[in-house]
Every structure is written in C-alpha cells, then in structure tokens.
Write a protein that binds this ligand. Structure first.
Ligand SMILES: [Zn+2]
Length: 731
C-alpha cells in the first residue's frame, strides 16, 4: 500500500495532499444521500428474554426512530425493520428453569417488547420475530448457500457437557469457586465478585448451572466460518473506505482487525433455534449471531414484495443502529457473511452508541439496576416524549453517559417546559388576547432589525438540523431545535407585546402603530412555532401532533420541505386555545423513582442469573463507591519474586515465592498465560498481604499479586516505577 495520501478530519471536512505519484491510489469518498434511491434502516433485534430498559432505548431505538421519522418527512423511500431475537441458549435455560417451553418464553416477551416500542412511538414498518417461518427459511437458505459454496470449515472439538440435562454448556453456564477470590459462585468466563476473567478449567469444583452435575468433556462437530479469509477485504472496506464511521465504531473495528480474525463456529448444539440444514446435523442449530442479523432480511421480506430492492441494489443505503456490544457482529461478521453470500449489499453506516449508565452505575439486569420502559410508561403516563427527549439530549453518542432522575427532572422542567413549552404557550395566550385568536398580519413596512434577525434564524434552522441528523449527531440536532425556541423567547422578551398593548388607547395613530408591532411579533412567533413543530417532529412526535392540533393544520404541514418557511400559517386563520405541552415534574416523583431504583422495588419476573446473549463483548463491571476506611483495610506491599514455577495440571497458574523484606510468602497467581515462570524471577510486584490464605490446586496461596487487565484480556503486572526495598508499603 502506498504512502497514505489522505487524511480525513470528518466526513464533510478533509484535506487531501498529493505528495507523490497518484496512479495506483484509490481515493474514497463517503457516499452522499444523492447517490442513493432508497434507505433501509435496521435496529438491533432485542433478545426476547426480558423487558426493554432505557439503556436500549437511548442506544438504539430512539436514535433510529429519529433518523427514520426525519427521512420520512423528507419523503424519501425508507423502510424501518426490527423484530425479537428469539433463539439462543439463555432462552432454553430460562424455559427449563421456569418449567415452560422456550416458545412460551419468547411469546411472552415478544408481546411485551413490541408494546413498549409502540408506546414509546418507535415507528417500525415491521416488528417481526426470528421464530417466524419466513426467517427459518431465509436463514437456512443463507447457511446452505455458504455450505454449498464450500465456505465452511468442519471441525470436531471437545466441549463441556451436562450429562444430566443432556446439554452442551457455554462457559457462562459452568459455576465454581473462583481461584482468585474464592467466590463460590464464579462463572466459567468471569468472576463477578473480583472481576477476573476466567476459563472453566480454572474453576475449583466446577458444576453445571443447570443441574449441579459435574461437567464432562464431549466431542462435537461444528461448522466454522473462516473470518480470516475476509480480513484483508474487511480492512480495505472499513479502514480505507469508511473513515467517516463514528470514532468509537471505527476504533473498535480497527482493534479487532489488528488482533487478527479467526474462524468462528456458526452452529451450536441445541434443540431450540434454526436447525442446521444438513443431513448429518441432528441436535444442531445455527449460532444465534449467524441467524439474528439475517432476521433483518427476513423482516423486510415479510414487509414487502420488493424486499430485494432494499437488500440487493447498490443504490440502497443500509444503516444498522446498534449498541456498542454488537459492533463486531454488524461491522465484521455479518458483512463478511453478506460478502461471502454475494447477493446482498453492505451497510453504508453502523452508527453504534456507547452505553447509558444509571445514576453512576452500569445497568445490570441481574441486580435490577435499570429503568424498565413498561415501568416508566406506567409511572409517567403521557410523558413518553419527555423520556425520548432526555435519552436523546443525553445520548451516549461518543462515550458512556449517565442517566440520573435529577437530570431527567431538570431537563423536563428547565428545557422542555421553561423554554420550548413556555414559548409556545406565551405565543398562544398573547395571540388569543391581543390578536383576536387569529393569525395577525405581517406589516412589512415596519420590520426592524430584531424581526429580521428572528426571520433569519427561522430560515437557517432547517439546514442546521438536517445536516446534523444526516451525520447521526442527534443530540446536537435536538439542541438546535431547543435553541430556536430559546431565540423565540428572547425575541418576544425584546418586543414585549404586552407592554405595547397598554399603549393602545383611543388615540388612533398611536394605537395603530402599537397594534402593528404586536401583529408583527406574534405573526413571527406563530410562524416560528409552526417551524418548531416540523423540526421537533422526528424527536418528539406526540408533541408535534399536539402542536398541529393547536394550529388546526393537517399532518402534511410537517413535511420537511416546509421547514425554514415563514408563511406556514395564513393570516386571518383562527387557532385553537393553548394546550400545555409539558407538565412540571415534581421533586416527590423523582424522590420516589430514586428510592424505587435503590431499594430494587421494581418487581420483575427474571431469574437472578445474568443471561447475556452468548458471546457478547465483555463488559466492564464498575464497583460501588467505598469510603477511605474500606481502602485502608488493605495491606499492600512491594515484594520481589525469588523463585517461580508452573503449577501442575493448571494452565493458568504460577507458584511464586516472594520476598517481602521481613518474611517470605508463597503465592499462587493466574498469570501463566501472560508471563513465563522464568521471566517472573527477579521482578517486583505489588502484593495484597492481608488477604486470607486459600488453597489452589493443593497449594496454600498467602496473598495476591496485582495486575491490570487490558481490554483484550491480557494481564500486566503492577510494579513500582523504580526498584524499592522489599516490604515497602503501598498506599
Ligand atoms: Zn473472584
């Protein structure tokens, strides 16, 4: 590859410097909307094993819906598809635990999730489900095509198996004692108590989460998709051709590609899911991450006979809205599958969001640390737009963000009610009082600088909002809308029509002049309100509807082409009385929500075990705040490793002898995959000295050494910057 000649600053602004020969250099530019004839928007398929919470809404569904409503208002040919993801191991396990069939589980949650989306105004063209027949056929045919083309590798491996329930066990479903902190309920992939990432082999006394049986290893055959064969193509396609993708998405893709890709099994041992369409595949189904994204294709098939236009034509813009835990599946695995298949287009963009935390802590369904959408709708009836507003204004577009109930209240009371709602209400009240409940005339002969300023602001708002939405910057776009209403308030404050009204006396010329000024102010405020309705419609559709009702105009006024226009409401047209757009949210309501969250009062019928979709990206767990006294209980000291050896029959454990100045300790540590015994000798390490001793593989470990785990799961020793005398205390 020749020296890089292009540096992108952003999709719209970049510098190109030609430094040397250009003959073999491809210069990519992101496609523009004018390159496309139609748009297909997909939103991540929620897993049908629980209700949706506001983190899902903020990350995926609210932004996707804003984008789609805006494009519809622009009269673009757009389809918006989604559905429930109803396959995968967690659903079968849930069913086993509740003593019902997997179908009963998915039926229950599919209906509940669908209803939540409808109530929140998420305007899918179709909300389907992956247990539908059309999806089974589509996904089977997709798999069969790749199989017939000889693209899968067939491999036999050994996997953990529960003989009691006759089930192969994912790492998550093996439980045992953590070798690091002795937590008796650590999972086979991670200990939630100390945060160590583990493998089932490391657990002491492993047992099946389903039956308590001791898991055994059993041979099984699966079909692997060789992702490494697509690595160079993916690198070209993402790293070179899609520099305009969001930094968080681009960065995560780059890190996956830099690490190198490997074959991934696309089948699983299970009876719940899409049967592998091969003769020798009894008891095997498609991997849930193979079938779920194909669900987008199936849903489009169900929606329209012209589905192939949306999936197979290059002039369709395909956009996947997802959360950050799904980036690898939508940017690497699914595109590689689509490329391998050959009939389908690839996504133009995957504007994934980061996570929304709640009150400073990560959302956890097992700890019930979440705000559930069905609960919100029950507690705040008629306030669906307020939640959409807060989740967009606070969206985790570039980094994890925090939802707090106090911020929710502030944004409602201080932004929606006091700025936007107040402007519309004042305009309506004054128009009824001072202009006979009709749209007053605009007297062009007396327009002043302030009038011209607000007219210009109205005219320029359209372009600002639309270019931000096209770039998936929904927060900024929403701020522009609120800002326009703020300017409306400023304008009215300067004009003071209520003061001018006092000048109206019997003295005709003076009264006429005052009335003309009042007319101009309210005429422009009314046109501004009509503009606000158009601009806010993608974000807050119920609010836009209420405004239409007050203006007595038809839905067509909300067409995007009307934004920026100054003659939307005709002179002399009589308008309805004002309605309150946003009620105030009281301290009491907020206090109750915080208490409800903290006391875990929200009742939900979920088992206590965390059931993530298998093979999701690992998520960081943040621990609760502690006071200094808690920290001071730890006795941390620097020690020097004097001898080190591998622990027999334990892949990950090293046995170290550590000189702590006044004493010598034996410590067993799970770092063998990251450091060899030889390289440990002579190294200084930080030791937790007053940790209760515990036995690992028959050896008593008298303390613990500290390591940092990076996002790839690699461990790095913590050590002093310079060599210090053994026994030095750490604080
Ligand atoms: Zn642990």
């Amino acid at each position: 590859m020749p020296k890089q000649l292009m540096q992108h600053k952003s999709a719209t602004q970049r510098t190109i410097s030609i430094e040397q020969e250009v003959h073999d250099i491809k210069i990519y530019r992101p496609k523009k909307m004018t390159d496309y004839k139609r748009i297909l928007v997909t939103a991540a398929l929620p897993y049908a094993n629980g209700p949706v919470h506001i983190g899902h809404m903020a990350g995926v569904y609210v932004p996707a819906d804003i984008y789609v409503r805006y494009q519809r208002a622009r009269k673009r040919d757009i389809k918006f598809v989604c559905g429930s993801d109803e396959h995968g191991v967690p659903i079968t396990i849930r069913a086993m635990k509740e003593g019902v069939t997997p179908q009963q589980i998915v039926d229950k949650y599919h209906a509940q999730i669908k209803e939540s989306f409808e109530q929140m105004g998420i305007s899918f063209d179709i909300y389907s489900r992956t247990s539908n027949k059309v999806h089974h056929q589509t996904a089977s045919a997709f798999f069969k095509k790749l199989y017939d083309d000889g693209l899968f590798e067939e491999k036999e491996t050994e996997q953990y198996y529960d003989e009691k329930t006759k089930t192969f066990l994912a790492d998550r479903y093996i439980i045992g004692t953590c070798p690091v902190c002795a937590n008796p309920n650590a999972y086979g992939d991670q200990c939630e108590k100390c945060g160590s990432s583990l493998s089932p082999e490391q657990l002491i006394n492993p047992r099946s989460a389903l039956s308590d049986a001791v898991p055994v290893k059993k041979k099984t055959k699966h079909w692997y998709f060789p992702l490494q064969d697509y690595e160079s193509w993916l690198t070209e396609w993402i790293i070179e051709e899609h520099k305009e993708w969001k930094n968080n998405v681009y960065g995560q893709c780059k890190s996956w590609l830099d690490k190198g890709l490997q074959s991934r099994a696309m089948t699983r041992d299970s009876n719940w899911g899409i049967k592998v369409p091969l003769p020798d595949a009894e008891g095997k189904v498609l991997y849930v991450w193979f079938d779920a994204p194909i669900g987008y294709i199936s849903a489009t098939k169900e929606l329209t006979d012209k589905w192939a236009d949306y999936w197979c034509k290059e002039d369709t813009k395909l956009v996947h809205f997802i959360g950050k835990d799904n980036i690898v599946f939508h940017c690497i695995i699914f595109p590689a599958m689509l490329k391998a298949h050959g009939d389908f287009i690839l996504p133009d963009n995957v504007p994934a969001n980061e996570f929304l935390n709640i009150e400073g802590d990560k959302v956890s369904t097992s700890r019930n640390w979440a705000v559930w959408v069905p609960d919100y709708i029950k507690d705040f009836p008629g306030c669906e737009d307020v939640l959409r507003y807060v989740l967009c204004a606070n969206a985790p577009e570039t980094k994890d963000n925090d939802f707090t109930w106090k911020d929710f209240q502030d944004r409602n009371n201080n932004e929606l009610a006091s700025i936007f709602g107040n402007f519309v209400n004042r305009t309506w009240v004054l128009m009824h009082k001072l202009c006979n409940s009709k749209v007053p005339k605009l007297h062009e002969d007396i327009l002043d600088d302030e009038d011209r300023w607000i007219m210009k602001e109205i005219e320029s708002s359209k372009l600002k909002v639309e270019s931000l939405i096209e770039e998936y910057k929904f927060r900024d776009a929403l701020f522009e809308v609120i800002d326009l209403s703020r300017k409306g308030n400023q304008y009215m404050q300067k004009k003071e029509p209520w003061i001018k009204a006092k000048k109206i006396t019997d003295d005709r010329p003076q009264s006429t002049a005052a009335q003309k000024e009042i007319d101009n102010c309210l005429h422009l405020c009314l046109q501004l309100t009509a503009n606000l309705a158009i601009l806010v419609n993608p974000f807050l559709p119920n609010t836009a509807k209420k405004m239409l009702y007050m203006m007595k105009v038809v839905d067509k006024m909300l067409d995007w082409e009307n934004a920026g226009k100054l003659k939307l409401l005709s002179v002399g047209y009589s308008l309805r009385p004002p309605e309150i757009l946003f009620r105030k949210i009281e301290d009491e309501e907020i206090k109750m929500q915080i208490e409800k969250l903290k006391s875990g009062l929200i009742k939900k019928d979920e088992p206590k075990m965390e059931e993530p979709k298998p093979m999701n990206e690992k998520q960081e767990t943040k621990k609760p705040e502690i006071v200094y006294d808690d920290f001071a209980k730890l006795d941390l000291r620097v020690g020097t490793v004097t001898t080190c050896e591998k622990v027999e029959k334990a892949d990950k454990l090293l046995k170290l002898t550590i000189d702590l100045g006044t004493e010598t300790r034996t410590i067993v540590s799970g770092i063998a995959l990251h450091y060899t015994a030889e390289e440990m000798v002579g190294k200084q390490v930080v030791v937790v000295v007053n940790l209760a001793p515990r036995k690992m593989k028959g050896i008593e470990s008298q303390g613990m050494i500290l390591t940092a785990e990076d996002k790839d799961g690699k461990l790095h020793l913590l050590k002093p910057e310079e060599v210090v005398s053994p026994g030095s205390s750490v604080s």
